[in-house]
Design a protein around this ligand. Structure first.
Ligand SMILES: Nc1ncnc2c1ncn2[C@@H]1O[C@H](COP(=O)(O)OP(=O)(O)OP(=O)(O)O)[C@@H](O)[C@H]1O
Length: 253
């Protein structure tokens, strides 16, 4: 298994945030992490990459996280945080180069330079590649930070709300990028709030409610009317179409 969690729990001080999470992510999967605000999605992702302490087991390729150095970990997993408050006055291009440097590479070498050009082109960053990250728009910054994660060329990418702030065209572009990565064997764990997007993009969905994993399975098994009502406290309209389901919240309960 690329990533395995056994009985994971996280506390912030006396507050229990996550309890008894068991989860496995295999090769070539796109797992969507869904759940209401405050259900623990970001906390789970941070614990997975060792940014916050946790109890239980986290292992990458059957190796416990605690035995993996920071440099080694950056070759297993790339993480894109929800927080986009970057403080560095660096060009978009330099931000991408940081992803390569995290794994000990340099964009001065032809191989990594070609990878950088590929990421710039697939994320549509060409017009802003020389701009400071501090001066680009919110959606452009999100794409640049995702680009940095892609530059690590890891078998697993963990992205916390990568579609937040993206316009419809760039959301669809991102869906295509993720699906292309999946075809190349990369796995992704992506937190999302848009059910329709999640159901169309993901091979499996993991649903959190108040720090517990209440469902993990195929999108149509997880995003049912009953579960949406129980977990999100809203009614939904679920419509099957040729492009996949359209799932819209309609009424608060
Ligand atoms: N640094 C912190 N100290 C104390 N509590 C925290 C901290 N960070 C998060 N929490 C709490 O942990 C819980 C889960 O937060 P988390 O950010 O993981 O939720 P989320 O599912 O990602 O939410 P959202 O959809 O709003 O991004 C919340 O109750 C939050 O208040």
């Amino acid at each position: 298994m690329l990533l395995q969690l056994k009985d994971l729990s996280v506390n912030y001080g006396p507050k229990n945030i996550l309890s008894s999470i068991n989860l496995e992510i295999g090769k070539g999967e796109i797992v969507g992490l869904i759940g209401p605000n405050g259900s623990g999605k970001s906390t789970l992702m941070k614990a997975m990459v060792g940014l916050i302490p946790s109890n239980g087991e986290i292992s990458y390729d059957d190796r416990p996280l605690k035995n993996i150095s920071a440099r080694q970990l950056s070759k297993h997993v790339a993480y894109m945080a929800q927080e986009r408050d970057v403080a560095w006055d660096l060009s978009v291009e330099r931000i991408l180069a940081l992803g390569c440097e995290a794994i000990g590479g340099s964009v001065r070498t032809p191989k990594h330079k070609a990878e950088l050009e590929d990421v710039v082109s697939s994320l549509g960053l060409e017009p802003i590649r020389k701009e400071s990250i501090l001066q680009v728009s919110g959606g452009e910054k999100a794409r640049a930070l995702l680009g940095r994660a892609l530059m690590q060329k890891t078998p697993l990418i963990i992205a916390d709300e990568p579609t937040a702030g993206l316009d419809p065209e760039h959301q669809l572009e991102l869906q295509e990028i993720f699906q292309k990565l999946q075809q190349q064997g990369t796995s992704m764990l992506v937190s999302l709030h848009d059910w329709t997007y999640a159901a169309r993009l993901c091979t499996r969905l993991a649903m959190l409610k108040e720090g517990r994993l209440v469902a993990y399975g195929l999108p149509e098994e997880v995003l049912t009317q009953e579960r949406v009502q129980d977990v999100y406290r809203v009614k939904a309209h679920i419509l099957e179409t040729e492009q996949g389901p359209v799932i819209t919240p309609t009424t608060r309960l």
